[in-house]
Design a protein around this ligand. Structure first.
Ligand code: SF4
Length: 189
């Protein structure tokens, strides 16, 4: 039987990965890569990382962990920090994480990569795809372009998260999204 092609999957959290990783495992030899220097505060970063480790153990997927270099995120979005979610601020955030995933794939000799980000209805698929293709070109790789929220991907991730007792976050991840979420819920800073 022909070996499955290897793919490196940028994972943003266990909840989104609970659908994407098993789905990709059907056709690929999957390795996960947790690189999310956007997450604030650090205790939230640790929580999301630990949940992702448990999920990957449960699924039998090997997990690589990138650095928690939050300064890289601050630098990447600094010109756009006054813009709201779903703006250039987020495109830069996608770009940072996809660039580093492509670099990791290249270092590992894996020709294909993707991200769990598109499973969320709050993420703009076309922008993720654009940044993925750009990062792929930079490292001479291929970006696996798939909108994981389609075919009920998001709904399945919600159901599996409940079954596995995973936390569904009430903000995207960065300090700005935390403030925006608190504001919406009436907790003003
Ligand atoms: S809202 Fe989410 S995607 Fe946008 S900058 Fe913050 S962490 Fe990144």
């Amino acid at each position: 039987m022909k070996d499955k092609e290897q793919i490196l999957v940028h994972t943003c959290c266990a909840s989104c990965s609970s659908y994407v990783l098993p789905h990709l495992k059907e056709n690929f030899d999957v390795k996960a890569f947790f690189y999310n220097p956007n997450i604030y505060p650090e205790k939230e970063y640790i929580l999301r990382l630990e949940e992702t480790k448990s999920l990957c153990d449960h699924l039998g997927v090997s997990l690589l962990i990138g650095p928690y270099n939050s300064y890289a995120w601050t630098k990447a979005i600094s010109s756009y920090k006054n813009l709201p979610e779903k703006s250039k601020r987020c495109w830069e955030c996608y770009s940072l994480r996809l660039d580093n995933t492509a670099k990791k794939a290249s270092d590992l000799g894996i020709g294909l990569f993707t991200t769990t980000l598109s499973v969320s209805p709050h993420k703009i698929y076309n922008r993720i795809e654009e940044e993925g293709i750009r990062a792929a070109k930079r490292f001479s790789l291929t970006f696996h372009s798939e909108d994981f929220k389609k075919k009920n991907g998001f709904k399945i991730s919600v159901r599996r998260s409940k079954q596995l007792g995973l936390i569904r976050q009430n903000y995207c991840g960065c300090v700005l999204s935390l403030k925006e979420s608190e504001k919406k819920r009436g907790k003003f800073f």
